[in-house]
Design a protein around this ligand. Sequence first.
Ligand SMILES: [Zn+2]
Ligand SMILES: [Zn+2]
Length: 254
Amino acid sequence: MIEICALASGSNGNSYYIGNETDAILVDAGLSTRQLMQRFESRRLDPRKLRGVFLSHEHSDHSRGLQVLSKRRHVTVWMSKHTYYALSPAYRPMYVELFEPGEAVAVGPFQVHTFLKNHDAAEPCSFRVETGGRSIGVFTDIGQPCEMVRREVNRCHALFLETNYDEKMLWEGPYPWPLKKRVASDVGHLSNMQALELLQKEAHPELECLFLSHLSRENNVPSLAFSVFEPFHSKTEVKLTSRVEASEVYRMSL
Ligand SMILES: [Zn+2]
Ligand SMILES: [Zn+2]
């Protein structure tokens, strides 16, 4: 059995849990350890299973909890070299391992495939976590679906996929013009429609679960993002994530 859960998702904190009966990893730790532990507890997930954290990029909504988490729970954090250099010293974890983007890293029963993505950070990476013959993708903070993300989406049985904004809400919304352009750019974020189009072309025929992730508070509405994925509702469990609480836990049987 594999359990997956978005402990937090959105511009004020991201952390994605992937675990089995004995081991677990996180992708990102963008909230305080106290909040993170509360969210583990709220979903009856056991932090003692934690074997490591993978950091996707240095932005604080993904990294601000790393230092305390690493120290308190003696957890190693994996990241790319340029992400490490770009990371604020205040967030630098106690235990660090570096990977080269493109490399696969084995942690306990998890094979973590790393690859570069389009985002305005030093060396931003996405991860596909393979375990028990299943793959779970964590693909957020992507300006544009590149060749690599298209290929990797196609291998995933479950996905945390960014649906950051609705185009109309972004362009008509309150953000200042330069920020609107940054969000919509090739190194910004993925819109609801970009995510839908990516899945319609590339989704694995056995995609069983899709977590709509990293929704903007100003430029999206959960119910709207959910309805955009109507074409998938009959064959895939489509689930929402939240900034303020952990998502449901999805259990994949092997
Ligand atoms: Zn982010
Ligand atoms: Zn970011």
